[in-house]
Design a binder for this molecule. Structure first.
Ligand SMILES: Cc1cc2nc3c(=O)[nH]c(=O)nc-3n(C[C@H](O)[C@H](O)[C@H](O)COP(=O)(O)O)c2cc1C
Length: 332
């Protein structure tokens, strides 16, 4: 089941194993791709992952999580991004990219956010975004989506999770605005609308969400599903379900701890979902799909420590994955 193919719109993915976006903070201060990124993504593609979603890639310089984020805010980023998409394709996987604005969690000189409320810790207090900031940011999302298409990615993931800008609008903890954007769904809608106007209809548009904030007065699976339902007809095909990240709170994480959230979002929105969280073996992932809790599974830290977990261990769950030809003499 984990290794059954899946078709989302026109996109055929050879299995349901996903490498989720993971910031590597390894770009130079201009956000350019370098050899590390090619090796990092190429290796996971060789390892048999069906879908690779490139790390949060910044749509503006002041939307960077750190000054070492990858960037997609200028045409100068295109040659490097094309090389990532190509190395993923050449090695048999589908290439996705997550685009992001870090909002109040941007470690830059003048962060912006829906309201002037700090995330806490050593994070700065952001400046409340003006209507003009909002319009410019929506344009930057649109330009980034256009570049992602031209660079050759098959799937675009909007980062609407983990306390970055879009999620900040969606959460009552970080959005205390008094204008129409106090309903954070409006900002999400305008972002999705702008992206849909340039992202080809035949390609897949995904949205990553934090489906729960682990506090009483934060976003809930119901409020997040409501936001998804508000925008899904604008072209959202797939939801990548995560949680937390907008408030400093202790999360009781255990293998598969977010799978129930994935199921809830799937049920409340009717869209296919990617689920995961501390998945440390293929049996749990197979069970998550077999029991209908999600349609695909992401493997983050497992793929950091073992890029070849699928080619070496698919057989543990009854699937004979083709071994990369050049590595045949290493096969056990
Ligand atoms: C090093 C690292 C960087 C991450 N960066 C991102 C990111 O850029 N975007 C994102 O949505 N999630 C990010 N995450 C969260 C992962 O995508 C994933 O949801 C999380 O690690 C839980 O899955 P896991 O337990 O399989 O690792 C990151 C996680 C790690 C470990």
């Amino acid at each position: 089941m984990l290794f059954d193919p899946i078709k989302i719109k026109n996109l055929e993915i050879k299995n349901r194993a996903v490498m989720p976006p993971m910031c590597m903070y390894s770009a130079n201060e201009e956000g350019f791709v370098n050899d590390f990124h090619l090796v990092h993504y190429g290796t996971r593609a060789i390892g048999g992952v069906g879908l690779i979603i490139q790390e949060a890639t910044a749509i503006t310089p002041n939307g960077r999580i750190s000054i070492h984020d990858l960037g997609i805010w200028s045409d100068d980023h295109m040659p490097g991004l094309k090389r990532i998409a190509k190395v993923i394709h050449d090695n048999g996987a589908i290439a996705g990219i997550q685009i992001n604005h870090a909002g109040r969690k941007a470690k830059v000189n003048h962060p912006i956010g829906p309201s002037a409320i700090s995330y806490g810790g050593d994070y700065q207090t952001p400046t409340e975004m003006t209507k003009r900031d909002i319009k410019e940011t929506i344009e930057a999302f649109k330009d980034a989506a256009h570049r992602a298409d031209k660079a050759g990615y098959d799937l675009l993931e909007i980062h609407g999770a983990h306390g970055y800008l879009i999620f900040e609008f969606l959460s009552p903890i970080s959005n205390h605005r008094s204008d129409e954007y106090k309903d954070g769904k409006l900002f999400l809608k305008e972002v999705v609308e702008a992206i849909s106007s340039v992202w080809p209809k035949e390609k897949v548009l995904a949205l990553r969400v934090s489906a729960y904030e682990y506090v009483d007065h934060g976003a809930t699976p119901e409020s997040i599903a409501d936001a998804i339902n508000f925008v899904k007809d604008l072209g959202i095909d797939l939801i990548d379900v995560s949680s937390g990240g907008n408030i400093l709170v202790k999360i009781n994480a255990y293998p598969g701890y977010q799978l129930d959230l994935a199921k809830k979002i799937k049920d409340l929105t009717g869209l296919p979902v990617i689920g995961g969280g501390l998945i440390g073996d293929l049996a749990l992932a197979t069970h998550a799909i077999g029991s209908g809790r999600c349609d695909m599974v992401y493997f983050g830290r497992l793929l950091l420590r073992d890029p070849y977990v699928f080619i070496n261990h698919a057989k543990d769950v009854g699937f004979e994955m083709p071994y990369p030809e050049p590595y045949m003499r290493g096969k056990k």
